[in-house]
Ligand binder design. Structure first.
Ligand code: SF4
Ligand code: SF4
Length: 321
């Protein structure tokens, strides 16, 4: 049996809500199958006040082993690195976290806020929020670049706004079966299993993308890259292969552009969300998997060769033929 503790810092709670939607398996079955014992969760557990801090003390004294610590939300360091924006039982949250991070075997940063700072760290970052081991794409964050948990692994980042429930469940599976090592993580410490794909892969609008047949307005069938801000070609996630919510949906399947929520520079690096930044009519954010000169040449040829059917459907609110 492995003990799991879940903490919430600066967070909307979206990763918890997302995880509650786990289906294959659901969270009760998944935890039973993986022999995970949930010590405490801020929304799902009944324990409050002294009971929790008693539990933390027993963990810190070594009486209760902490196998997996999951943190949702970014860590507020302000004001002036005191951590006093978030006091928990007379102590800054960051002090609890620092101590628990020293005794846990694995540490998971769940969601983009815990991984990279995310929404609380956006703009002027008034609370001095940071991710556990990154601030945006800079390694370091709260615990420092050299931090490793007792397993020898750095913080395991599972970004997403929110993270897909499978990304956490399968990571927990890899940990419990001893199948997660450093080589399974990418440069941002994300499990490659989920973040080795572009969210563009598997998008049903791929035919429109290939012909550069673009939607001009939301609700139309065409590709959302050229005008409506889609970042699926530069964002790493398997959203359109794995699918969400009963394996039926994804952002782009719902007509919403991918806003690159798994990226270290989300959300500042993704704005404007719904329009494509361009220079001389060429999108600034070109696909990561195609050289730029090729893209420009190929897109001119593709536009010239676009079949009538694709042209018409791209700007239609309903598939015509
Ligand atoms: S809508 Fe986005 S993800 Fe879909 S094909 Fe176009 S660029 Fe790719
Ligand atoms: S499609 Fe893009 S914005 Fe939507 S959940 Fe996946 S990574 Fe995030």
């Amino acid at each position: 049996m492995m003990n799991v503790l879940w903490l919430k810092a600066l967070s909307c709670g979206g990763d918890t809500f997302s995880f509650l939607n786990a289906e294959q398996p659901d969270i009760i079955t998944g935890f039973k199958m993986l022999k995970l014992n949930l010590l405490w969760h801020p929304s799902l557990s009944a324990d409050m006040g002294d009971e929790i801090f008693g539990l933390f003390t027993e963990i810190l004294n070594g009486k209760i082993p902490l196998d997996i610590l999951i943190v949702e939300g970014s860590v507020p360091l302000g004001p002036k690195n005191s951590g006093k924006y978030f006091i928990w039982n007379d102590k800054p949250f960051k002090d609890w976290l620092e101590n628990l991070a020293k005794v846990c075997k694995y540490l998971i940063a769940l969601g983009t806020c815990a991984s990279f700072g995310g929404i609380p760290a956006a703009g002027s970052n008034p609370t001095e929020a940071t991710g556990l081991q990154f601030l945006r794409n800079q390694k370091g964050g709260f615990l420092g670049a050299k931090y490793t948990s007792k397993s020898g692994l750095p913080v395991i980042n599972i970004p997403g706004c929110p993270a897909h429930p499978d990304w956490l469940m399968e990571t927990l599976g890899m940990i419990t079966f001893g199948k997660l090592s450093l080589k399974d993580l990418d440069e941002y410490q994300r499990p490659k299993e989920f973040y080795n794909h572009l969210s563009h892969h598997g998008c049903p609008r791929n035919e429109y993308y290939e012909f550069k047949a673009s939607a001009l307005e939301f609700g139309q069938q065409g590709c959302l890259f050229e005008h409506l801000g889609c970042k699926g070609t530069v964002c790493f996630s398997d959203c359109n292969i794995r699918l969400w919510l009963g394996r039926t949906g994804s952002c782009v399947r719902g007509g919403f552009p991918c806003i690159a929520c798994t990226s270290p520079d989300f959300p500042d690096g993704s704005v404007p969300f719904f329009e494509t930044k361009k220079i001389a009519d060429i999108p600034v954010t070109l696909p990561k998997d195609v050289p730029k000169a090729w893209y420009i040449g190929i897109s001119t040829l593709a536009k010239a060769a676009t079949p009538e059917r694709v042209k018409k459907n791209a700007i239609s609110f309903k598939r015509i033929d």
